[in-house]
Design a protein around this ligand. Structure first.
Ligand code: UD1
Length: 420
């Protein structure tokens, strides 16, 4: 198991370019199954989750060329609707393959997905939505068999605006007969990116970014190759670097950001007293005066504060004097990093879905373990801000979502090395 060895105390400073979005790339790569032709997708981050998706698509029969951040995917020879179990278990988001496989073949066999350990992450909303589209499903021994023949457009109301369920249902409904309306849909920017990609392929989707998405079904014959599509920047990676800069009281510039997408994060950093300057696709953050604690930070679906930034913010708040309160409303049991942060001296109490953080002057380096992707990033941030040496074990979790994390941080002046 790899580890990052960090010597804390250096203020981050300098400029980096933010990677393409992980959470937009994964459903877009899954969507390439639909057109049975070529798609060229740019700004895809070189991260482990993308590699898993590439492996799955290749095993399904796709021909993929990877040139850095650019992928050319030809799905004309995809000839199976069974997703290999051992790959499916590696990544929860592989569940988004159900939608396009159902659309293209009218059937799919998958196992229950794996992924980060952040509490129970059911897929009931995905399955209820598929049932509304006319899919018959049976489950046995950890496998789901789904069969529809031809999908039928439907009115779907999600009980919760699940990102994955919204994407999966969009991916299935584009090849259904007739119109589908998804209400209480997730409004995340990654959903808009998926809509844009699908429409470039010839699908007819509108409304993404609002809570109502309307899809007019079409047939595979109506779809065309996607000659050139660029994935949006990763708002969570951007937020992570900004929070790391704030935790070290540094001064950094990020390029390739969409300011609107990171506004929920910037708003909280401003409230803490961080200085922020924005222009076009750039953001600069620096710290002049002591930072202030946050009396309320609630995670919410977009445009609320993202749950994926909760752990990094907890690491930052652990270094800010005063009492901060975080309420996690999106996932149950997403506070495992608190225990690891305590090993570094943080004063954090957990009560149900609330964390009470009493900030201290300096964290102390320790040996800690990343238990999921964003918790791992939080521990690295804590290590950068701490006195002495921190060893963050479990780099494979962090590499699932961050492209060149250690190199980017080194470019900003951090003392971080990876060991095996
Ligand atoms: C996506 C993101 C993840 C982010 C999350 C919330 C990807 C690849 N991952 O995950 O980084 O943290 O959105 O912004 O895009 N739920 C159900 N039943 C379902 C589906 C979800 O109860 O069928 C619940 C989940 O348990 C969770 C909440 O809904 O409590 C949100 O989950 P969801 O929006 O689906 O997250 P993901 O799509 O898995």
């Amino acid at each position: 198991m790899g580890a990052y060895v960090i010597t804390g105390g250096s203020k981050l400073s300098g400029k980096i370019r933010v990677q393409g979005s992980k959470n937009a790339s994964l459903p877009i790569l899954a969507a390439t199954i639909l057109n049975c032709q070529k798609s060229r997708v740019k700004n895809v981050p070189e991260i482990k989750d993308v590699q898993v998706m590439i492996s799955i698509l290749t095993m399904l029969g796709a021909d993929i060329t990877q040139n850095g951040n650019e992928l050319t995917i030809d799905t004309s020879a995809v000839n199976t609707w069974e997703v290999p179990e051992q790959l499916m278990r590696k990544m929860r988001s592989s569940i988004v393959l159900m939608g396009p496989l159902l659309g293209r073949f009218g059937r799919v066999k998958v196992s229950y997905p794996g992924g980060c350990e952040i509490g129970p992450r059911p897929i009931d909303l995905h399955l209820k939505g598929f049932a509304a589209l006319g899919v018959k499903m049976s489950e046995s021994h950890g496998f789901i068999y789904a069969e529809a023949g031809k999908l039928k457009g439907a009115n779907i109301h999600l009980d919760f605006p699940s990102v994955g369920a919204t994407e999966n249902l969009m991916l299935a409904a584009v090849l259904a007969e007739g119109r589908t309306i998804i209400r209480n849909a997730a409004k995340e920017p990654e959903i808009v990116d998926l809509q844009n990609f699908l429409n470039k392929m010839g699908c007819r989707v509108k409304g993404a970014g609002t809570d109502t998405i309307k899809i007019e079904g079409c047939s595979i014959a109506d779809l065309k190759p996607v000659e050139d599509y660029t994935v949006i920047p990763d708002r969570i990676a951007a937020g992570t670097y900004l929070v790391a800069a704030a935790a070290t009281r540094g001064n950094i510039v990020l390029e390739n950001v969409i300011l609107e997408h990171i506004e929920p994060i910037l708003a909280k950093l401003r409230e803490m007293g961080c200085r922020i300057k924005t222009e076009d696709d750039r953001v600069e953050l620096w710290v002049e005066t002591p930072l202030r604690a946050l009396d309320s930070l609630r995670t919410l679906p977009y445009p609320g504060f993202p749950t994926d930034m909760q752990a990094p913010m907890m690491a930052l708040l652990a270094t800010v004097e005063g009492t901060s309160i975080i309420t996690e409303t999106v996932f149950e049991n997403r506070f495992k990093h608190a225990e690891e942060l305590r090993r570094m001296g943080a004063n954090i109490k957990i009560n149900g879905n609330t964390a009470i953080i009493k900030g201290i002057k300096r964290l102390t380096g320790a040996v800690v373990e990343a238990k999921d992707l964003r918790a791992g990033a939080a521990l690295v941030i804590a290590g950068l801000a701490a006195d002495g040496k921190t060893i963050v074990e479990g780099t494979s979790y962090i590499e699932r979502g961050y492209e060149w994390f250690d190199r980017n941080l080194q470019a900003l002046g951090a003392k971080i090395e990876k060991t095996n």
